[in-house]
Write a protein that binds this ligand. Structure first.
Ligand SMILES: NC(=O)c1ccc[n+]([C@@H]2O[C@H](COP(=O)([O-])OP(=O)(O)OC[C@H]3O[C@@H](n4cnc5c(N)ncnc54)[C@H](O)[C@@H]3O)[C@@H](O)[C@H]2O)c1
Length: 389
């Protein structure tokens, strides 16, 4: 993670986070450990809990504790334990929070606790925080890390695109070539999954509710149709909408024998598990680790990772090369809040353009890629509005 490493080196010298308590509710992975150590290098006290009960890498949690970071997480923890861990981080009274899904910052708001600022890593979290903002109840500035250019393009498209398929293949060893993948949700994340699946030889069908996104998918060369029609065609279904019950009874009743269902959206609500259980009426068995088979009217539907975010629950999440940029965004967002938090509005704010460009510049440098700069003449031309010759 060369971008984060160079930030960490600067943080070690400048100590911009001295005296700050930073609490993070993120997936507990090796990449997150790197981020936590970067914050500590900057002078912060750091604490971490998991943003998802199934995604913690226990060995990472244990080794972070040895470096002085408080960690409240265990892989496979039940919901009560998960909630207790998020509460423990709020009890610690952090100055700045980092979230992937907003559970920590929302809890802090529910309790009416003081907090100087937060940064949010994913679409679902931002949706919740924007709702708070629209009700005039957002109590601190929140940096929308998820929407920076370095995050949106690389994390969502390339990171999830690769790692969601990786999680599915690890769990099933499925052959993509020659099979049909039905993708529900052609957003920033869905586009990456569709692109990678097509590259591996799958036929991809896209289901959307947004006419612009649907048109984009069609013009990108995919088949587009309602989910009810796609239900009969798919071998593999991937939901990534941020919405609920996107695959439900009416779709399950039409699916082929052997169909595989996976979710890459943040919460495990995109595949309606109640419908699946009711349809199977007890005829459920684990056929592989993380693969549950539901028998419905003589057909078998295979659910991956209990409908939880598949790239983390069945794989290792995004490759470090992608998380490097995402977590550089978080590290610089914490520094920005530490230095300028008092002047910022209590709103959901964009990552400042200079930070985004700095991250892209560091990443290019680490890849050994050089680029051009505008000449003074070009700069003047582009910033003037006068009549063109
Ligand atoms: N697995 C990961 O690593 C990862 C990474 C980034 C984001 N996410 C999560 O993935 C989800 C989607 O994120 P995004 O950034 O792509 O969001 P997005 O808003 O860019 O895209 C979601 C798309 O789903 C469509 N949609 C909504 N309801 C639908 C329905 N019923 N049927 C079909 N399409 C529907 C929307 O029109 C939209 O185009 C969120 O929950 C986000 O938190 C996961």
């Amino acid at each position: 993670m060369p971008v984060l490493r160079s930030i960490r080196e600067r943080f070690s010298e400048e100590k911009p986070l001295d005296g700050l308590k930073v609490a993070a509710c993120l997936h507990v992975t090796a990449e997150t450990a790197n981020l936590m150590q970067t914050l500590v290098a900057g002078g912060a006290e750091a604490a971490l809990c998991s943003a998802n009960p199934l995604t913690t890498q226990d060995e990472v949690a244990a080794s972070l504790v040895e470096t002085g970071v408080t960690v409240q997480a265990r892989r496979g923890e039940d919901i009560e334990t998960y909630v207790r861990h998020v509460h423990a981080l709020a009890d610690w009274e952090p100055h700045i929070t980092l979230d992937d899904g907003a559970d920590l910052l929302i809890l802090i708001h529910e309790r009416g606790q003081d907090v100087r600022g937060g940064a949010e890593e994913t679409t679902t979290g931002l949706l919740r925080l924007r709702r708070l903002e629209s009700e005039g109840r957002l109590a601190c500035p929140v940096i929308a890390v998820n929407e920076s250019r370095t995050e949106r393009t690389f994390n969502d498209r390339y990171g999830t695109g690769q790692s969601a398929l990786d999680g599915i293949l690890r769990a099933t060893n499925l052959m993509l070539a020659g099979h049909t993948l039905v993708l529900l949700g052609y957003g920033a994340t869905g586009k990456g999954i569709a692109q990678r699946a097509r590259g591996a030889g799958a036929a991809v069908i896209v289901c959307e509710v947004d006419p612009l996104r649907a048109l984009e998918a069609r013009m990108d060369g995919y088949e587009v149709m309602p989910a009810l029609d796609a239900a009969e065609r798919g071998d593999l279904f991937v939901t990534v909408t941020g919405s609920r019950a996107v695959l439900r009874r009416e779709h399950m009743e039409r699916m082929k024998d052997g169909a595989v269902l996976a979710n890459a959206g943040h919460f495990d609500v995109e595949i309606d598990l109640t419908d699946l259980r009711e349809l199977a009426d007890g005829r459920v068995r684990e056929v592989l680790p993380l693969v549950e088979q539901y028998e419905i009217g003589g057909r078998r539907l295979n659910l991956l990772a209990s409908g939880r975010v598949v790239n983390l629950a069945a794989g290792e999440g995004h490759p470090a090369a992608v998380m490097d940029m995402s977590f550089a965004n978080l590290a610089l967002a914490v520094e920005h809040l530490a230095l300028h938090g008092e002047e910022l509005d209590r709103r959901v704010l964009d990552v400042p353009k200079e930070l985004d460009e700095e991250i892209a510049r560091l990443k290019l440098e680490s890849l050994g890629v050089e680029i051009d700069a505008l000449t003074p003449d070009q700069r003047e031309y582009l910033s003037s509005w006068g009549t063109r010759p």
